[in-house]
Design a protein around this ligand. Structure first.
Ligand code: HEM
Length: 478
């Protein structure tokens, strides 16, 4: 799961929501509580106002990612700024990422807004021994060996989607984001939670209610609802339904325990969580973290292919050469090199998860500067992904950047779309590649995907980067 930040707006705009729902503590409110004299030699702007720090500048930039692009351009690879009265450091170079690569703890305040969904005991906020222990327990369920068992589920879901697209008449306009997010939800719930989510009824309920919650959270950042408004009620009702769906899946699994050789993530959560609240929070975290990003990667991926017919045809050629009529599985997946390049270039060009963050509860050093204890340090992953030094013409979509020849000499730390620090890289990264490649193969070998003309596609750098409006495509049978 990527970081939380308002879409196309400033952090200060998350303030109003707090007045509506006391259990959401907006980022800026937290930062107002700290003191404000510059505690380090790290270059950076003065606060615009004593109270808000640089929050108004972030708002003007459009998003934290866009602000960080400007900040690093002006002040270099390590820069500081103020979120309210909190001093914050941001780094964006492979060398500085390397210096921070052993830091595990995440500053919980930066992710507070999401607590309504995930619950206070989510792994998202678990640090030190507790966080490491949980990762140790749950990472196994998404590891390379385990993944082999999931390919047939990815394939079933992709086949369903192919069938649905096949029934759509030629020239019908298809809402790409909706289809890709439904695919990603179905995949993640089927693989991690077992048979409770095999019927469309539960999947649709999850998706519908997730959409209500998420769009309300985003909307509330700029447009505060009245405490008694139907919007607040709708949000709370939808949130309850998501919680109750996950609770039911957990209860169902407890009643019908699996054989020891068919354990899923949900079983590991049931066995290891310290109490019911932690179990529920982590189940929701993996469910949500598992689809939101991948759904957007697939949406952006098909968008780039629909706008670059030559790359789409090159992908189809590779599929034919490597697979013939076979499906993707663990044995042939790594030979689909061009499809991997397409996914990497999609995550880079669309900046799907713009930043991560860490902190240390002791004074430390970074890039030769002192970092006072408890200072949040942002990993500007997205700034690095758009660094001209490593990715010339960074806004150009070009999967060949990632072929062996063109990757020579580029430090691996320059491309870290899943985070990198403290062995806390996204636990779902292998899972994400595998499900996305199954989806691309299944649809591309059957359909030519084209854009519906006349659309302006604008990215919104929120929690993950998503298109401002639905992207409409048309398909043609091959
Ligand atoms: C292309 C798709 C994905 C992208 C770009 C992505 C990106 C990220 C990033 C940047 C982080 C934060 C890492 C850090 O703090 O350094 C993260 C964390 C996380 N991701 Fe992903 N992710 C993706 C897919 C998935 C999938 C498929 C799952 C689950 C099946 C998942 C589950 C999680 C969880 C649970 C965390 C929090 C882990 C922790 O607190 O230690 N993600 N992801």
């Amino acid at each position: 799961m990527g970081p939380i930040i308002g879409p196309k707006n400033g952090l200060e705009k998350s303030l109003p929501y707090n007045t509506v729902m006391s259990h959401i503590t907006p980022l800026c409110l937290i930062y107002y509580c700290y003191g404000s004299s510059k505690p380090s030699s790290i270059p950076g702007p003065d606060p615009s106002t004593e109270q808000d720090g640089n929050l108004p500048d972030i708002s003007r930039a459009g998003s934290l990612h866009e602000y960080l692009l400007d900040l690093h351009k002006t002040y270099g690879d390590i820069a500081s700024f103020w979120m309210g009265r909190q001093f914050v450091v941001s780094i964006c170079s492979p060398e500085l990422f390397k210096e921070h690569q052993n830091v595990f703890d995440r500053p919980p305040e930066l992710f507070k807004l999401f607590e309504t969904f995930l619950g206070p005991k989510s792994i998202q906020y678990a640090n030190k021994g507790d966080g490491r222990k949980r990762r140790n327990n749950y990472d196994k369920m998404l590891a390379h060996e385990k993944l082999k068992e999931y390919y047939h589920i990815f394939q079933n879901v992709a086949d369903d989607l192919e069938k649905k697209w096949g029934q759509l008449v030629k020239e019908e306009h298809i809402p790409l984001g909706q289809y890709m997010s439904a695919f990603a939800i179905k995949v993640v719930l089927n693989t991690l939670f077992g048979e409770y989510f095999t019927t469309d009824k539960e999947i649709l309920a999850f998706r519908r209610n997730y959409d209500i919650c998420w769009s309300e959270l985003e909307r509330s950042l700029t447009d505060q609802p009245d405490p008694d408004s139907p919007r607040v009620k709708a949000f709370e009702d939808a949130n309850k339904i998501i919680t109750s769906l996950i609770k039911k899946a957990i209860e169902h699994r407890k009643k019908v325990p699996p054989n020891s050789d068919s354990e899923l993530l949900i079983d590991s959560l049931i066995d290891n969580a310290s109490d019911e609240e932690e179990l529920l929070s982590d189940a929701i975290t993996y469910a949500v973290g598992g689809f939101h990003t991948t759904g957007n990667v697939l949406t952006w991926g098909f968008y780039f292919l629909a706008t670059h017919e030559d790359f789409q045809e090159k992908a189809v050629k590779e599929i034919k050469q490597v697979l013939g009529n076979e499906n993707v599985d663990a044995s042939n997946m790594s030979r689909l090199k061009y499809l991997h390049q397409i996914l990497d270039e999609t995550m880079r060009c669309a900046v799907v998860a713009p930043w991560a963050a860490r902190f240390q509860d002791f004074d430390s050093e970074l890039g030769g500067h002192k970092i006072p204890k408890n200072t949040p340090v942002i990993h500007a992953l997205g700034v690095s992904l758009q660094n001209e030094k490593y990715f010339p013409l960074p806004n150009k979509f070009d999967p060949d950047r990632f072929n062996t020849e063109n990757s020579k000499g580029r430090p691996s730390m320059a491309f870290q779309p899943f985070g990198f620090a403290g062995k806390r890289v996204c636990p779902g990264y292998r899972f994400a590649y595998a499900e996305a490649i199954v989806c691309l193969v299944t649809l591309l070998r059957k359909f030519k995907v084209k854009m519906v003309e006349g659309q302006v596609v604008t990215p919104v750098h929120g929690l993950v980067t998503h298109p401002e409006e639905e992207i409409w495509v048309k398909i043609q049978k091959r």
